[in-house]
Design a binder for this molecule. Structure first.
Ligand code: 8YV
Length: 334
């Protein structure tokens, strides 16, 4: 009589595509959250007891305290390219592998960055609200005049894969002058391929007609745009944030928008989301979307599958597909 080994136990922290859960169930004993219950930090720790892996989204905080309370955990696979919900140093020290979901969302997120830029510069949502409210009675020469995208100067802060995909759209599709600022300058061939020119941050802020943020969140990038930076921007400029809440000082931005120190903003991410700074809700020259830059079904499915593949690769085959750390060789509990 053969005794089959028990499957490793994993947790899927949020509701997920059923076909991805089916795939995971072929390899693991899966506890899922198809009711999409909102778990507290304590409930997440409770659910993780006895689990060796977790499929998380950007909303689950993997902290040092959680790692200490879940000694069997060996891998956290994030269904997101960003991973500022992970205490990565603590994970590395605790011997826990982290993985993210890069590449599969690059073009979809770049599309959305451009959509938000166009909606903001051309006042799409503001004018729709006006129409729906029954205020549209006649044409006038300056009604909802915005600013042009084509031929304008696009300033991108954060020039990773998504930044480069946005630069290509701007330079090749809309004839924009694209300037960028990044921790490190791209090589000449990559700059040429995306039609972008490196400048310092001040030059970018002072020159760009549209400033677009795609920088990862860290303590170093906290409030990359605050009152001082907003004051450097042109009064006709727009600001787009598809990066992370906390990259922009939302309170300072609301003041700048209300006082028309910049023309408009488009925000997909917020400090303390899903809460939104109340002052942003009362200014008309801002387009607000609920963190949907990667939200197409095809891309979300690909992100979920990549997170699932990372769990299978690591826990079944002893490999890593898209690692974000090199854990210390620490023995975890079994
Ligand atoms: C996710 C994102 O939808 O990938 C990221 O970093 O911000 C989004 O694409 C979100 O983080 C949920 O996991």
């Amino acid at each position: 009589m053969s005794i089959s080994a028990a499957k490793p136990r994993i947790l899927v922290a949020r509701a997920l595509f059923p076909e991805v859960l089916d795939f995971l169930s072929q390899h693991f004993d899966v506890e899922s959250n198809q009711a999409d219950a909102a778990w507290s930090a304590e409930q997440l720790i409770d659910k993780l007891q006895g689990k060796v892996g977790v499929l998380s989204t950007g909303g689950e905080r993997i902290s040092a305290a959680l790692l200490a309370a879940c000694p069997q955990l060996r891998i956290c696979a994030n269904m997101a390219v960003g991973f500022n919900n992970f205490d990565l140093d603590a994970m590395t020290a605790a011997g826990v592998q982290g993985t993210n979901a890069p590449d599969v969302l690059t073009e979809t997120t770049a599309d959305f960055g451009f959509a938000l830029l166009m909606a903001t510069a051309r006042r799409v949502t503001e004018s729709e609200h006006y129409l729906r409210a029954g205020h549209w009675t006649r044409w006038s020469y300056d009604m909802f005049c915005g600013s042009d995208i084509h031929s304008a100067t696009l300033g991108i802060i954060g020039m990773g894969r998504i930044g480069q995909a946005i630069a290509r759209r701007g330079a090749l599709g809309f004839g924009m002058q694209v300037i960028y600022h990044n921790r490190s300058r791209l090589d000449a061939a990559t700059e040429a391929a995306c039609g972008a020119r490196y400048v310092d941050k001040t030059t970018l802020l002072q020159t760009a007609d549209h400033v677009l943020l795609v920088v990862p969140y860290s303590t170093a990038s906290h409030h990359t745009i605050g009152a001082a930076e907003l004051a450097q921007m042109k009064p006709t400029a727009t600001l787009i944030n598809i990066a992370r809440g906390g990259i922009v000082d939302d309170a300072a931005l609301a003041v700048a928008l209300r006082e028309r120190r910049i023309a408009a903003a488009g925000l997909d991410v917020f400090e303390g989301e899903p809460k939104v700074h109340p002052d942003l809700l009362t200014v008309s020259n801002v387009v607000l979307t609920p963190h949907i830059a990667s939200a197409t079904l095809r891309t979300r499915r690909a992100m979920a599958q990549l997170a699932a593949d990372n769990l299978v690769d690591f826990l079944v085959h002893g490999k890593v597909r898209t690692p974000i750390n090199t854990p210390q060789p620490v023995a975890r509990s079994t």
